[in-house]
Write a protein that binds this ligand. Sequence first.
Ligand code: UDP
Length: 478
Amino acid sequence: MEPGKSQAPSPHILIFPLPIQGPVNAMLKLAELCATAGLKVTFLNSEYNHSRLVRFANIPSRFDKYPGFEFRTISDGLPGDHSRSGNRFMEIFEAMNIRTKPLLKDMLVEMIPPVDCIIGDGILEFVLDVANELGIPIINCRTIGACFLWSNYSIPDMIEAGELPIKGSEDMDRPITAVPGMEKFLRCRDLPSFCRASNMSDSTLLRYGTVTRKSFTASGVILNTFEELEGPILSQIRSKCPNVYTIGPLNEHFKTRMSLENGVSSQSSNYFWEVDRSCMSWLDRQPNQSVVYVSFGSIAVMSDEQIMEFWHGLVNSKRRFLWVVRPDSVAGKGFQGEDTPKELVEGTKDRGYIVGWAAQEEVLSHRAVGGFLTHSGWNSTMESIVAGVPMLCWPYFADQQLNSRFVGEVWKLGIDMKDVCDRKVVEKMVNDLMVERKDEFVKSAAAMASLAKDCVSVGGPSYCNFDRLIEDIKTISL
Ligand code: UDP
């Protein structure tokens, strides 16, 4: 530094994820990376989620090592006893818009030192509005695929082409041609789940598109994806929003940078549930690539019937399985009641293991895991891709219907079982994944995992994009 000149203070950024497990986990990793790069970070959590991170993820003390790193909390607008799961989760958007928005504005006005730049979850439109009102630069972060972002952007075009709305269940296999780059494989059933609602008016549908278009007016968009995976769709997005930072797969990127920083490969576990680690020693006792890992993420709620179809299918497949059944993921009378068929109890004792929550990233990289029966949440998809684990997809809602189509039809990394929940199909497809088509999928999954790792290694596109992001934040903050 030149004598007499003082060093510019570190830019102060506020990171505000959508309050669910996937985005919080991913954006906390981003926050840690930003802190390591010398930024002052305030991480804004919903009160509801923060108490769970305090309980299960050793937060805030785990972040004490980063000078100036602060956690702040804000109401998500829902009552404390609201389930925040299943389709009821969608109620959070209105609640946040009404109650969280004014609180955020007051918080930003009073914050010391002032916030130089916000990294907001692009799905929270009100964060962009507040940033614009207060004149604070904002970069959006989306923990969804470029494919979903682009399909949402294209909703007005689909309406104009007469391809939306969908006209009931008979209409599901009709091709969709108005999403540039997806003409060859997109069907109505692959569109985001909100496009399926029969009572959806054009104006409500249109709103999904206009919110996405508006989110492109931020100073940039950060995506947890990588160029080799979604290059063609990213080119489409860049024609409308030039400043896209692809920095994924974020979990692997995190590991790369932390091992360069500390000399050891570390993982960051930002969980809302207590991890049951006993499944790791169970996995240690299983042969290589023999186990199907089954998890439907942090929000999906299944009926007793659906659980039973999956359970019969898994047991009848005769494959080994590790199944995450979250305490709040069964809507009916319960998962393991007294009337559970004996063959399921016996089959699970022989070849299965059930936990309430697993350290998923660790599970996926365990040598015993050979397939992932997943709901195709974007974070799970990225974690599976970088671990080189083929997927059997049973999408639940939102972006998952589209993600599973890309997994099955575009990237050829597994099978898309969407819209079917039948024990015979589960049994057959588990065996297709783990036995009949195993070689094909293992080969393509290993090739994609290698490309993913290249992207986050030093000099790779995701690695360079993160450096560019930090430089841009510093410039914005001057
Ligand atoms: N996850 C986990 N343990 C589990 C189940 C899920 O750690 O037993 C994590 C998973 O690694 C991922 C997140 O929860 O990071 C789920 O996010 P995703 O986007 O896949 O699905 P969502 O929960 O949003 O539906």
